[in-house]
Ligand binder design. Structure first.
Ligand code: FNR
Length: 367
């Protein structure tokens, strides 16, 4: 269908499923094992209900915010998704150009199909970026990558901590994609990759499973960028992250692609917000969430429960697979339109007016 017939973010997924080659669809859409967590990511939002307020003069509403000190036109950032060229010849550049035009922040994946510099160079002057890091067994490679990112002006380092080994994505494995990773960048120092485990595992053999809390000071010593740990799933680890001195965390189950039957970020958010409040934080510490976000109402629920912003992976990915850069622009427009309407109906003029009392989350931990 033509782009102007796209009404919501689900529509992009339906189009992507039809237009994408089987391999690309398998890689993007798959989640681990029985795919219970990926379904739960959507279901959790449906267990939270709004408690809208009325008569609050919502003639003017504003959904802009700052994320790690950077202006963002949406309380949403583009989360890292690997191998963009599997789905579109311009790969991640579709995201970069749309993000630059509309004031949205893109997180660049270590395993992006386009090179890091190509992506930065495609941005408009001053366009803010974050970078996602898979930590290499060879720390010199990681150090070079991080310091290069900082030199190119990247505003936040998101270290992925939920992937000491990639989850089994069986849809992907069955297609035995190795041998044709369509533009997948082969990592330095990566030689013996498993040949029968699907593209995801094949290209991630360089990731260091020995990464641990003791490594955090080393990251702090090699960069001044804010450090965010991506893939926190419990209050215990949220507190350890705070004590470790990093600037924030992403509550995430990696889009359901890692430990299956891990909980949704929304559920984790409730216990994390409570734990941080109980501890009493004395410095800025941002909590982000991702997984299953497809509606502005999802975004508002997460913010009401304490998130600073939310990450979106597949919705933007499917948008460019289906329609290239204009698809991503449309996805941003959809978020804007939905935010305007939902904020009016909820009775908030700015994101800072969102409160936990505006949602009924009592059913969240009831399965
Ligand atoms: C991802 N994600 C991811 N995360 C990361 O830290 N490094 C990576 O290379 C990737 N690659 C990747 C590829 C694909 C195809 C998907 C779908 C996801 C996870 C991503 O950053 C984010 O956590 C989830 O995508 C959020 O869930 P939704 O928005 O896809 O439902």
């Amino acid at each position: 269908p033509p782009l102007d017939e796209i009404v919501n973010l689900h529509d992009f997924e339906a189009v992507a499923r039809v237009v994408l080659p089987e391999k690309a669809w398998a890689y993007y859409s798959s989640a681990s094992d029985d795919e219970i967590t990926i379904r739960e990511n959507r279901l959790a939002f449906q267990r939270v209900w709004f408690r809208p307020r009325v008569l609050r003069n919502v003639a003017h509403v504003d959904w802009s915010t700052t994320i790690l000190g950077q202006k963002s036109s949406l309380p949403v950032y583009i989360s890292a998704t690997a191998l963009g060229k599997l789905g579109h010849p311009d790969g991640e550049l579709n995201l970069t150009r749309a993000a630059g035009k509309h004031g949205v922040i893109q997180m660049i994946a270590t395993l992006a199909s386009c090179s890091f510099d190509e992506i930065i160079d495609a941005g408009v002057p001053g366009q803010p970026f974050f970078v996602q890091l898979y930590v290499n067994r060879d720390r010199e490679i990681t150090k070079r990558y991080v310091q290069h990112a900082e030199k190119r002006g990247v505003k936040g380092l998101f270290i992925t901590v939920d992937a000491p080994q990639l989850g089994r994505r069986e849809k992907d494995m069955r297609l035995k994609l190795i041998g044709d990773t369509s533009g997948a960048k082969v990592q330095e120092g990566q030689k013996d990759v498993p040949k029968d485990q699907g593209v995801a595992r094949a290209i991630s053999a360089f990731i260091d499973p020995s990464l641990c809390w003791d490594d955090i000071p080393w990251f702090r010593s090699i960069t001044k960028m804010p450090i965010i740990l991506k893939g926190i799933s419990t209050a215990e680890d949220a507190l350890l992250a705070y004590e470790s001195g990093v600037q924030g965390i992403v509550l995430s189950n990696h889009g359901g692609r890692q430990l299956d039957t891990a909980r949704s970020a929304l559920e984790i958010l409730v216990e994390v917000t409570e734990a941080l409040k109980k501890r009493g934080t004395t410095r800025p510490f941002d909590v982000f969430v991702d997984g299953g976000v497809r509606r502005a109402s999802d975004v508002l629920k997460a913010l009401a429960l304490g998130a600073k912003a939310v990450g979106v992976g597949r919705a933007f990915l499917y948008a460019f697979c289906a329609y290239g850069q204009p698809g991503v622009e449309k996805a941003i427009q959809i978020f804007r339109d939905e935010l305007e309407m939902n904020m009016r109906l909820l009775g908030v003029r700015t994101l800072s007016e969102l409160r936990p009392e505006m949602v009924d989350a009592r059913a969240l931990n009831v399965h």
